[in-house]
Write a protein that binds this ligand. Structure first.
Ligand code: NAP
Length: 215
């Protein structure tokens, strides 16, 4: 029996909805932290899964233990700073700083994960759900590989927060792989660019992920 987590979503578009939909169906208490309760993405999400509820931004964040950040990266700073206190909360950073021509948006030196952890130092930022397209969050099943699950790479400074997020990854059908502290986000963000270029530019399509083989 899984612990019911109190989760809210900042951003409920492609990525936010795919994850919120699955998590609420798993029995977690999932809300949408809405800056605008009437926005198209909020209304669409509520229509697509009536088990979701939307609450004003700070009210939803205050009530949650886990905040999924799924806004465009350029909107992330404003979204976090308007969210109220995030002290002690787990912030799952699903964003990717993508620059012109599918380059790294922070000039390949500072990761988005570190940038956000520095912005909210009292929060426990865990980078996760970034390295594949949202289609794989809608459906993480790859039949024919036995017990082998697709890998979800995570990074963060707090072991307990990573443990909690890893548990959610498992419930969503992924094998969580702890890559290290939040500075590892830089490499995860480059893996995202690799995946996007292969899937969406070179035409391979969204139906592939990576797996972790060990011996
Ligand atoms: N698309 C993918 O396949 C994929 C995969 C992995 C990670 N990512 C990353 O995940 C993030 C979200 O991508 P997406 O494709 O889900 O984007 P999206 O469909 O455009 O949805 C973005 C969401 O963020 C909200 N938002 C925008 N500005 C905001 C602000 N200032 N404050 C609060 N909320 C704000 C939007 O709300 P409104 O509708 O009200 O504007 C919308 O709900 C991005 O950082 C992206 O790089 C994307």
């Amino acid at each position: 029996m899984n612990t019911v987590q109190k989760i809210t979503f900042l951003g409920i578009g492609n990525v936010g909805f795919a994850l919120a939909d699955k998590l609420v169906n798993l029995g977690h208490a999932v809300t949408i932290a809405a800056r605008d309760l009437t926005s198209a993405t909020v209304r669409t999400a509520l229509e697509r899964n009536p088990k979701l509820t939307a609450r004003p931004l700070t009210e939803a964040v205050t009530a949650a233990d886990i905040v999924f950040l799924a806004t465009p990266f350029p909107a992330a700073e404003a979204a976090l700073l308007s969210a109220g206190s995030l002290s002690g909360k787990i912030v799952v950073d699903c964003t990717n700083p993508v620059g012109p021509g599918l380059s790294h948006g922070l000039n390949n030196t500072l990761s988005g994960g570190e940038f956000l952890q520095n912005l909210i130092p009292d929060a426990l930022v865990v980078k996760a759900f970034t390295i594949y397209g949202f289609e794989n969050f809608e459906n993480s099943v790859y039949p024919g590989y036995g017990a082998l699950k697709p890998a979800m790479l995570v990074a963060g400074n707090d072991a307990s927060a990573k443990h909690t997020v890893s548990d959610l990854c498992r419930q969503l059908g992924w094998e969580p792989v702890d890559t290290g502290n939040i500075s590892m986000s830089l490499h995860l963000e480059h893996m995202t660019l690799l995946w996007i270029k292969m899937a969406r530019v070179q035409g391979l399509g969204a139906g592939f992920v990576w797996a972790m083989l060990r011996r």
